[in-house]
Design a protein around this ligand. Structure first.
Ligand code: NI
Length: 231
C-alpha cells in the first residue's frame, strides 16, 4: 500500500532545509546503489557522512517521530538515516527494487528495508518529469507531491523515477524496518487504527454506539499488534 504523509514540514521549514541542502556538496548517486541499480541510476546525492545530511536528516527523524499518521502507517522499529538526491538535466532512475538490507556506512548499523520513503523538497511546478512510479498489485501509481510531503511504499515494489527534463527535483529518501514485517498485516492495523481515530473524533453518530465501536476496534488493534509485533 502507498501512503502519502502530507505536510511533514511547513513551507517555511522546507525553504530553510532546502537552502541548507542546496549549499551542500553533491556527488554521483551511484555511491549508494547496489550492483544492478548502479547501471540505471543517474542522479546526484549528498554523501551520507556530510554534516548537512546529518543535520537535515535529524530534523526529518524528529518530525516523523512526532507525526501520528507516519507512526500509525509505518509502525517503525528502526529508521535509516535519511539520504538526499537531486535529479536535473534529464537524469532518471530506471526500474529497480531497493536492496533488502541496508548498512549505514558511518555507523555500520543495519536494517531490513520494509518501507521506502521519499520526502519531497521541490514543488511540483519547479520541474517537469521526476515522477516516482511505483508498481503494485493494482498497477503503476505515479507520485509527485508538494514540497514537505512524503510518500511511503513497500520496499518490495518495483519502482522508477522518470527523467527530469526541466528544473531540479530535490528529495530525501530512506528506508525503515517496521515492527510489522508483512505489508498486509501492517495495512490491516493501519486501517483499524484509522477507523478508531475517526470514530473517536466523530461527533455526528450516536455517542454510545461510537464508544462501543471504538472500544471493540481498539481491542482488535492491540490484540493483533501483540500477535505480530517484533521488537
Ligand atoms: Ni529505489
Amino acid at each position: 500500500m502507498l501512503i502519502a504523509v502530507p505536510q511533514v514540514f511547513s513551507k517555511d521549514q522546507v525553504r530553510e532545509l532546502r537552502a541548507a541542502l542546496d549549499r551542500a556538496d553533491w556527488v554521483d548517486g551511484k555511491v549508494t546503489a547496489g550492483h544492478q541499480s548502479a547501471q540505471n541510476k543517474f542522479n546526484s546525492q549528498i554523501p551520507e557522512n556530510h554534516p548537512v545530511a546529518k543535520q537535515v536528516g535529524d530534523v526529518i527523524l524528529q518530525a516523523l517521530g512526532a507525526n501520528p499518521l507516519f507512526r500509525s502507517a509505518a509502525l517503525p522499529l528502526r529508521v535509516f538515516p535519511p539520504l538526499f538526491n537531486r535529479y536535473a538535466g534529464g537524469q532518471t532512475f530506471g526500474t529497480h527494487v531497493d536492496n533488502a538490507i541496508r548498512t549505514h556506512g558511518p555507523t555500520g548499523g543495519r536494517i531490513r528495508t520494509d518501507l521506502s520513503c521519499t520526502l519531497f523538497f521541490s514543488e511540483p511546478d519547479e520541474y517537469d518529469g521526476g515522477e516516482l512510479v511505483v508498481e503494485d498489485t493494482y498497477g503503476a501509481k505515479s507520485v509527485k507531491l508538494p514540497a514537505g510531503d512524503m510518500i511511503l511504499y513497500p520496499s518490495t515494489s518495483l519502482h522508477h523515477v522518470t527523467p527530469v527534463t526541466r528544473g531540479a527535483r530535490v528529495s530525501s529518501f530512506f528506508w525503515l524496518q517496521s515492527m510489522i514485517r508483512q505489508d498486509a498485516q501492517r495495512t490491516l492495523l493501519f486501517d483499524l487504527d484509522t477507523a478508531i481515530q475517526r470514530l473517536a473524533g466523530s461527533s455526528e453518530a450516536d455517542a454510545a454506539e461510537v464508544k462501543q465501536s471504538t472500544v471493540q476496534l481498539t481491542g482488535v488493534y492491540h490484540n493483533l499488534l501483540r500477535q505480530w509485533a517484533e521488537l
